[in-house]
Design a protein around this ligand. Structure first.
Ligand code: ADP
Ligand code: MG
Length: 696
């Protein structure tokens, strides 16, 4: 065995370890819970807990924690030591079944969006046995869901698990209609590609904006950015490679299938993609990945920036969410298949996604909404804030032929009946595939590209799973009633194409005229978080999420409120950081420098009175005028911040920040960036873009 085989998953209580360490009966019972969602017997839980504890202690752990994902984008953990006191002033190590299965979480400082105050003050965490426990920092981490005592989901994991159930239930109904009665569960598979920036830690430490906001709030564009396209897939520098190597090793120990690494488009930007897994595991692993990236960067004198738009003028970072549906028999439902029968089934699942995306553009857009991602979406680099689907020419032509009943590729009209017609194989690795599309079919999966780099993938996948569950529910309802399955199937597919083809767009999403075209097609355009989040409360969406028991009206409201509240808070933090930097760093530095220049001018005049001294005079004048503009910008932003509404509703606050504070921030930045370009590099108070982007 290579060392990689030996270290992979070494800190994970995985199936291999379970089989090795659990009594056969316990192992079997636990598997029933994992595979079929069966309730776990307390007796079994005790045995599992004990085995987990022994294994963890052997591997150096001293503590355990219920690891959960509250309604901000981070993970939460509270460590408890395994110790229990016994007589004689000694302790024994203990971890009971009860402690494994359920934890008290008095996490009253975590955001609950009003859910806790109206019900119980405290919540509890419940073990998710479908995601393996693991050891991190001498602590056994048990992945859990976090709920209030009245059953409200206070986290991102609970709705994700519920949405998995929802889509599984409806997909199985459809599969049974196709005679696939061996399929009893269908689970979403997800591979999230994670983009990030690496900057030098010493430079980072001198920038308050990076420290407090995670992105630069000032900075003139350097002479060179990404214009030459020389960073994407470029040779990886030794320091970055050392980081990547250690990152992989750390992730592999945690059982994360880190697979692909490369340089991204912007200077200092990189990507890591894991091999896909079941969505709740992919979600846990992505949270771990972000955490480990930051930790490992520190060991290399680097800082890992996960913000969606750390630098203006170069590409921001996203998280491409590759999504498909896999049966418990190991079959990918978005794989076109070899026989006519499989083709028909593929087409139906394909249509279920197309219909879902078209009918729920608003929720998909809302699922990726955040202050950081607003700076990225709609730029000519990342997906626009309008949702459309890229299918590729071949598949689009097939759908067109089906709709019109015309012949396709030399096939007779009659051959186009579903169930008779066989789809050609699509080239899986299409290098010319459309990278401007927010939602692209890539051969056997859909790639949702709008997710921000810092976000949890949970929310977007909750929405994806639920909206597809709804399409499948409608399809199953209709087909189960049909007299002739074949005919009903054909009618259904053709009708769905007709009703939802407006969402298909294979062209350039960055082109100006797409905005006009999208408007003509009646597609939803929600430019900012403030525009997008209110749709959580739309009648249609409340119905949709409660029908599938994924999120209740209260739970939806709490998520909307938390989203708007974090948006307003984030912009507030950014504005205050800008004011601090402008008042206490930029203005004093430039005024001093302007004074130096004025004095230099005076000195030169006294030596050479006959000369005009244009350079010194004009520079001093420019600097002075620039400082006045900066000063005015500071005053304006201060005034905007002072007048902000407080303790009203989250929407009013968020809207104010967007409409009044953000523009004032932009003006202040412009004044500072202009000054940066005429100020002595040595006088400028913090590292500039060229240093940050090209110094690793
Ligand atoms: P690219 O950057 O060209 O889109 P990557 O290799 O960086 O491709 O990422 C592709 C991601 O899609 C990987 O995480 C991969 O595991 C994942 N993936 C591949 N097949 C599937 C599938 N059937 N379902 C979900 N994800 C998949
Ligand atoms: Mg990639």
């Amino acid at each position: 065995m290579s060392s990689m085989d030996q270290t992979f998953g070494i800190n994970v209580f995985n199936d291999f370890i379970m089989r090795e360490r659990l009594p056969r009966e316990t192992y079997r019972a636990l598997h029933k819970t994992i595979d079929d969602g069966r309730r776990l017997d307390p007796q079994v839980a005790s045995v599992v807990a004990n085995a987990m504890k022994d294994w963890a202690i052997e591997r150096g752990a001293t503590h355990y924690t219920h690891w959960f994902q509250p309604l901000n984008s981070v993970t939460a953990e509270k460590h408890d030591a395994f110790i229990t006191p016994v007589a004689g002033g000694r302790v024994i190590s203990e971890f009971s079944g009860k402690e494994l299965v359920r934890g008290e979480a008095d996490a009253s400082s975590l955001p609950s969006g009003g859910l806790r105050s109206t019900f119980e003050a405290r919540g509890y965490t419940a073990w998710d046995p479908t995601s393996y426990a693991f050891i991190k920092d001498h602590t056994l981490c048990v992945p859990t869901a976090y709920c209030s005592y009245s059953g409200e989901a206070l986290d991102k994991k609970t709705p994700l698990l519920r949405s998995m159930e929802a889509v599984s239930k409806q997909a199985v109904r459809v599969l049974h209609l196709f005679g696939r009665t061996d399929c009893t569960r269908v689970l979403p598979s997800v591979g999230p590609e994670q983009e990030y920036f690496l900057v030098d830690k010493a430079l980072y430490d001198r920038r308050s904006d990076l420290i407090f906001a995670g992105r630069t709030l000032f900075g003139a564009y350097p002479p060179k950015g990404q214009e030459l396209g020389d960073h994407f897939f470029g040779t990886i520098k030794p320091r970055v490679q050392a980081f990547m190597t250690e990152l992989n090793e750390e992730l592999w120990k945690l059982g994360v299938l880190a697979k692909t690494e490369h340089n991204e488009t912007a200077p200092a930007q990189h990507e890591m993609a894991p091999i896909y897994s079941v969505v709740n595991v992919a979600c846990d692993h992505n949270q771990l990945t972000m955490e480990i990236m930051k930790k490992v960067a520190g060991r290399h004198g680097l800082m890992c920036l996960l913000n969606e738009k750390p630098f203006e003028g170069v590409n921001g970072s996203g998280k491409h969410n590759n999504w498909s549906l896999t049966t418990n028999t190991g079959y990918n439902l978005l794989e076109p298949g070899d026989s006519p029968h499989e083709s028909a089934q593929f087409l139906l699942f394909l249509m279920s996604v197309i219909k879902a995306v078209d009918e729920n553009q608003d929720m998909l857009r809302a699922s990726v909404a955040s202050a950081g991602n607003d700076h990225r979406l709609g730029g000519f680099e990342a997906p626009p804030s309008i949702i459309s689907i890229f299918l590729g020419d071949e598949l689009t032509e097939i759908l067109e032929a089906l709709e019109s009943g015309a012949s396709y590729n030399g096939r007779e009209k009659t051959d186009m009946a579903i169930g008779v017609h066989m789809l050609p194989k699509f080239p899986r690795d299409t290098t010319d595939r459309n990278r401007t599309s927010p939602f692209a079919f890539t051969g056997n999966k859909f790639e949702f590209r709008m997710l921000g780099s810092s976000a949890s993938i949970a929310t977007a996948n909750v929405v994806l799973n639920t909206i597809v569950a709804e399409s499948l529910r409608q399809f199953a309802d209709e087909l189960e009633e049909a007299e002739s399955f074949q005919e009903a199937l054909h009618d259904l597919i053709v009708r769905t194409i007709r009703e939802h083809k407006r969402i298909i767009f294979n062209g350039n999403n960055y082109a100006e005229d797409w905005l006009e075209e999208a408007r003509r097609r009646g597609l939803v355009r929600l430019d900012t978080t403030v525009d997008a989040l209110p749709c959580y409360m739309a009648e249609k969406n409340i119905r949709l999420f409660s029908t599938h028991k994924v999120l209740s009206e209260n739970e939806l409201r709490s998520r909307r409120d938390i989203g708007l509240d974090s948006y307003a808070k984030m912009i507030g933090i950014e504005a205050k950081t800008m004011l601090m930097m402008a008042r206490r760093e930029i203005l004093p530095a430039v005024l001093r420098y302007a004074g130096d220049m004025a004095e230099a001018g005076n000195r030169m005049r006294s030596f050479l009175p006959a000369q005009p001294h244009t350079a010194a005079e004009s520079l001093t004048a420019q600097l002075t005028a620039g400082c006045d503009r900066l000063h005015a910008g500071i005053k304006a932003l201060e005034a905007a911040m002072d007048a902000r509404p407080r303790d009203t509703d989250p929407l009013t606050e968020a809207r104010y920040m967007k409409d009044t504070v953000l523009p004032a921030m932009r003006d202040l930045r412009k004044a500072a960036d202009d000054l940066e370009q005429i100020t002595d590099r040595k006088a400028w108070p913090f590292p500039t873009y060229d240093e940050l982007l090209f110094n690793v």
